[in-house]
Design a protein around this ligand. Structure first.
Ligand code: C3B
Ligand code: PLP
Length: 799
């Protein structure tokens, strides 16, 4: 369509006139974005068709990745980059007097996910396509993604996110491929000869309409598909209250649940989960039958991956289709099922392990519930054979027990592979959380350490560092990110160190300007940029960071001779709207920011900034500007973390606990290039199991702790009477479940080390380069290859 700058300009100008009946001068940024988006769509259309055609005809295996979240971020820049069109377009536009980055910013940032889990799914899509792997995403086209966060008087206020307000240039609606989904009603059973037949009667039906989005691989022709389902009323349906029916139907894909690792047991959420899996399975089975005629060897050609427990209903739904629609017997259907599904566990936090009360599950999904009951009975019977008389064990492993359905148990029983997302997390699953399952099904358990796409998080977010890498080692690392390690011999190269440090400085200046614009805070661009951005959660311990800043404030105020390297503490975090404690922490950070930033002496050394509405596009601006990456979760609680990988790839040094993938980052970079502190996972788990930790003792024996904890409630924060009592109580009345006080002294020491290390800029730059050089291992290309080879058994399909 266009292969050079002049062709591009020509075509771009013509289209603006054609699409909008306006001259280029009259067009808005949004018009220009729409035109560019359409040009990219056209550019890839033949390869998209070819990829789909290849998927329809080739004999190899394919994977479907089911996920309730895909946190995509903006797509224009990423697509242009993957197509190698970015610089042509950038230069062409610049000759027209516009910056591509300005047009990119007019694209909405679709937030169809909460955090790490959803962003991982998006990185995986990119890595599948870029490695020509036949992998399709299936998700929900939420009308409103994760809420937009505003900070008003220091408090979080939630506004509905509106990513579809101006349409979505990337999607293609496919109404002819809509699927009917049934809820409620009852199961009609009748017997003919020896056979039982099940039919759902009086069900309420809604339509799932697919919207396909292209997933453009880098440097390849492959264009995979992300299919997002939207809920719509069935056409011409007769209903006693048609308005209510319409409202209830549309509600199914109206909002993304703003819960990150909190399960609040809502019927609507269960409806969403069944909606996703039923639509996905019905459509993939239809496609499969068109290709192969019957389902016989389905599992040899298709692997279905369930991303956390949210899509686990796919397992009984697959059974329902095989039993009730295809007429298979139970044994055959079950064998096919457990050869088809694989499952990733993303957390061991008990509040996040989904459990559905039977009283919610059964009426909504009567036939599915029957099947789950049968799966459970057969599973418990098998367990009884393996462990005769061991009631306790069987009760612990049952899928339905005490009137709840345990989705993780269903996932493990119904799949052939169960993986955790970092070595330590997989070990905790095997040795603790899922120990009984590991003993029974040892062959199912494996680890796949997470990864991130270096295309978005380095090439796109940090073109300057990318350029420096290429200058030193050539450009092959772009296709093979492991090759970034060739940078290691340059870690002591004076010229490179200087350039890396200059790029960091440049990105810090840009971020400082943004902070000034948004928060009206003037930060010292030469201070240490110390960043904690992620969801707000007690286990992620933003509180530990806050208490340390309070401690520094006290030191500076009390001791005129106390000096530290100037530091800017940057926070970004959304709290789930119903998570009272998390919202209090946001208020606390903002109150602390007011106090620190307005104190004459303290503010000469410290600044605190809370950047509102943390999301993918903001992450792309913050992460390249960070010096220090705060990864300070209570050891054993953060399954992996992926933010940690993005920071190291951009040359920030990790200040972290021995948790999740921090451990593997430490293994890669070595002890001298990371700051580690705090309890080990083993120690935390032992305390949690056997007791022995008394937070009060730390409060009484460490004056530094007592001072900052008291300051939460003693009037230190003006106009915050009683505001932070819940936080104070979490530490003392509830014995500090996340070991904030226990790790406090060790955190202060690690922070002191950061402070003194930063003084030696030359050594710091070397550490930064070593971090970058070792980050290739954490590319999701590596992760996806491991899934492809070791779990799914899929191979590249080159078109
Ligand atoms: C997250 C975990 O909390 C992270 O440690 C992990 O890196 C990512 O998943 C990706 O594996 N997670 C999440 O974002 N939402 C959940 N409901 C559960 C886990
Ligand atoms: N939210 C966004 C927008 C992200 O880009 C990331 C990064 O992976 C996350 C959340 C997850 O961060 P973390 O792994 O630190 O929890």
């Amino acid at each position: 369509m266009f292969s050079n700058k002049d062709e591009f300009k020509d075509s771009f100008l013509k289209r603006i006139e054609m699409m909008y009946g306006k001259s280029f001068q009259e067009s808005t940024r949004r018009d220009q974005f729409q035109v560019l988006g359409n040009m990219v769509r056209e550019h890839i259309s033949s390869n998209w068709i070819l990829t789909n055609e290849a998927n329809r005809t080739a004999g190899g295996k394919q994977v479907y990745y089911l996920s309730i979240e895909f946190l995509l971020g903006r797509l224009l820049g990423q697509n242009l980059l993957n197509l190698n069109l970015y610089s042509i377009v950038e230069e062409g536009l610049s000759e027209l007097g516009i910056q591509l980055s300005e047009i990119e910013e007019s694209e909405s940032d679709p937030g169809l996910g909460n955090g790490g889990l959803g962003r991982l799914a998006a990185c995986f899509m990119d890595s599948l396509a870029s490695q020509d792997l036949p992998g399709h995403g299936q998700g929900i086209r939420y009308k409103h993604g994760l809420f937009e966060q505003k900070i008003v008087d220091g408090y979080q206020v939630e506004l509905p996110e509106q990513w579809l307000r101006h349409g979505n240039v990337w999607e293609v609606r496919k109404p002819d491929q809509a699927i009917e989904i049934s809820f409620w009603g009852k199961v009609d059973i009748h017997q003919e000869n020896d056979e039982m037949f099940y039919r759902q009667k009086d069900a309420e039906k809604i339509m799932a309409v697919p919207y396909d989005m292209p997933v453009v691989g880098a440097d390849t022709k492959t264009v995979n598909t992300l299919r997002l389902w939207s809920a719509e009323p069935v056409h011409n349906i007769v209903h006693r209250d048609i308005l209510q029916y319409k409202r209830e139907t549309e509600a199914v894909s109206e909002f993304l649940y703003p819960d990150d690792t909190h399960d609040d047991g809502k019927t609507l959420r269960l409806k969403q989960q069944y909606f996703l899996v039923s639509a996905s399975l019905q459509s993939m089975i239809k496609a499969y039958k068109n290709k192969h005629g019957c389902l016989k060897d389905f599992h040899k050609h298709v692997s279905i991956h369930v991303n956390d427990t949210h899509p686990v209903l796919a397992i009984p739904e697959f059974m329902r289709i095989l039993l009730d629609e295809e007429g298979l017997g139970w044994e055959e259907a079950w064998n096919m099922t457990i050869s088809t599904f694989s499952y990733t566990n993303h957390t061991t936090l008990s509040e996040a392990l989904e459990k559905w009360p039977v009283y919610i599950f059964r009426p909504l999904l009567p036939r599915i519930y029957m099947i789950v009951e049968e799966i459970n009975e057969r599973f418990c019977r098998d367990l009884w054979k393996a462990y005769p008389g061991d009631w306790g064990r069987i009760e612990n492993m049952a899928i339905i027990a005490h009137d709840v359905v345990k989705m993780a148990h269903l996932a493990i029983a119904g799949s052939y592979s169960v993986n955790g997302v970092a070595k330590i997390h997989s070990d905790i699953l095997k040795n603790r959380e899922m120990k009984l399952f590991y003993e029974y099904f040892p062959e199912k358990f494996n680890n796949k350490t997470n990864g991130i796409t270096h295309r978005r998080w380095l090439l796109k977010a940090n073109p300057e560092i990318s350029e420096l890498i290429s200058e030193s080692i050539g450009t092959q690392w772009k296709q093979k990110p492991e090759l970034i390690s060739m940078l290691l011999p340059f870690s002591n190269d004076a010229a490179l160190k200087e350039k890396v440090s200059a790029v960091k400085q440049h990105r810090k200046r840009i971020l400082a300007e943004r902070i000034y614009k948004q928060n009206a805070i003037k930060v010292d661009e030469h201070s240490i940029f110390d960043v904690q951005v992620k969801r707000l959660h007690a286990y992620k311990r933003q509180l530990l960071n806050v208490l340390h800043i309070m401690y520094l404030y006290n030191r500076i105020e009390e001791d005129a001779n106390f000096f530290i390297q100037p530091r800017t503490f940057i926070f970004g975090a959304k709290a789930s709207p119903g998570y009272y404690y998390a919202k209090k922490i946001i208020k606390l950070i903002n109150s602390l920011a007011d106090k620190v930033n307005s104190h004459p002496r303290v503010s000469s050394m410290l600044k605190v900034v809370f950047m509102e509405n943390y999301r993918v596009s903001l992450a792309e601006d913050i992460i390249p500007a960070a010096d220090v990456s705060e990864q300070i979760s209570t050891a054993s609680k953060e399954a992996s973390g992926t933010g940690n990988m993005k920071f190291m790839m951009n040359g920030a040094l990790t200040l972290g606990t021995l948790d999740g993938a921090n451990i593997e980052i430490k293994e890669m970079v070595g002890d001298d290039n990371i700051f580690i502190f705090g309890l080990s996972a083993e120690e935390v788990l032992n305390y949690s199991e056997n007791g022995g930790y008394r937070a009060e003792e730390y409060y009484h024996h460490d004056l530094r702790i007592r001072q900052v904890v008291d300051q939460l409630i003693n009037g230190y924060f003006p106009d915050c009477n009683g505001e932070f009592e819940a936080i104070y109580d979490s530490l003392l009345s509830h014995n500090d479940q996340y070991f904030v006080l226990k790790d406090f002294a060790s955190y202060i020491r690690a922070q002191e080390e950061v402070d003194s290390s930063y003084k030696d800029q030359d050594a710091w730059s070397k550490k930064a380069i070593i971090n970058i050089a070792n980050s290739g291992h954490f590319s999701s290309d590596r992760t996806i290859r491991e899934y492809a080879e070791q779990i799914w058994g899929i191979k590249p399909l080159i078109i």
